[in-house]
Design a protein around this ligand. Structure first.
Ligand code: SF4
Length: 87
């Protein structure tokens, strides 16, 4: 997922972050690297979630977001409330 600045990776999420980086390092750019990043940060995020469903890195992306307790944005095709299980 786009948007996480270097140096802000929570220590408990480093393994998941490295797995995600490895996933992103091969093949064609994933949807959030090809489309306007703001799609993943809007209140209305159905378009981003649809693009995530086509993404090869979806599982690694969601694993990272859960480990890092990302509070904002769409990660792995899930909104913050869906990641917290409150949707
Ligand atoms: S699952 Fe979605 S947010 Fe994660 S890398 Fe793929 S397109 Fe980006």
């Amino acid at each position: 997922m786009s948007g996480t600045p270097d140096g802000l990776i929570p220590s408990q999420a480093v393994p998941q972050f490295l797995a995600l980086v490895e996933e992103l390092s091969v093949g064609e750019p994933v949807p959030c690297r090809r489309k306007p990043p703001e799609l993943w940060w809007r209140a209305k995020h159905e378009e981003a979630k649809g693009l995530c469903r086509q993404c090869r890195a979806r599982e690694a992306c969601l694993d990272y977001a859960l480990a890092a307790d990302e509070r904002f944005g769409i990660w792995g095709g899930r909104a913050p409330n869906e990641r917290r299980g409150t949707a």
